[in-house]
Design a protein around this ligand. Sequence first.
Ligand code: HPA
Length: 273
Amino acid sequence: MKEYMDRVNEAVKYIRSRTDHKPEIGIILGTGLGSLVDGMTTEATVSYKDIPHMPVSTVESHAGEFLFGSLSDKPVVCMRGRFHYYEGYDMKEITFPIRVMKALGMETLIVSNAAGGMNPNFEAGDIMLIKDHINYFPTNPLIGPNDDSLGDRFPDMYEVYNHKYIALAKEVALKQNLRLQEGVYLGLTGPCLETAAEYRFFRTIGADAVGMSTVPEAIAAHHQRNRILAFSIITDMGLADNMHPCSLENVIRTASETEPKLRDLISGCVARM
Ligand code: HPA
């Protein structure tokens, strides 16, 4: 763990040589949230590839950089490009930037992702506020030695998703006339989407949406005592009794069509944080 935190500190030292920006809020721009940066005033951009020990994004649709600046007058850092388990990264690599952002000053983490909807009341193009999650990855980012200065060995999972921010998001959505769903996100490895039998199973065990990210980052951020606010864009429906082929193009199209709504919702929430 010491070596891991040494690597985090070296990454932070490099970033500090480029900017003294102190972000209060970290934002992970998932599929379909790229345009959030249009509403941001950027002070500094640091490419992942220049940062010591930082993994580099392999997914073409994700640029790999930290953007430092402000959104709704709050100091934020945006991760443009995140790391997925299906790409071959391990949990410590996936959560490395979460540790880095904390060391830079982050208190709140905002996460977005694209997900398949399993709650029959949802439809593609909906935004779901994540109230809770199911870790269906075969592992956990906290496995291994614990750094007690960072967080507890056995963190409880009470209020991973901050209750005040959940209420705030609902209020902002209401003001913006936006239909906001809420539910449980189940995170798994991918890269396959799910079979009908798997969708049925995940629905049965209490999940409303399923995707390939967010859970590792949320566990690390909760461990280090960040407040978390998270959203899924429902890009396709996984209803066991009504299956259709699902293409990546469709997922990306629905995500980009929904993006402006999520962007306004997040800016609105940040303004009141
Ligand atoms: N399953 C898993 N991940 C996803 C899906 C899905 O249906 N849609 C977008 N990401």
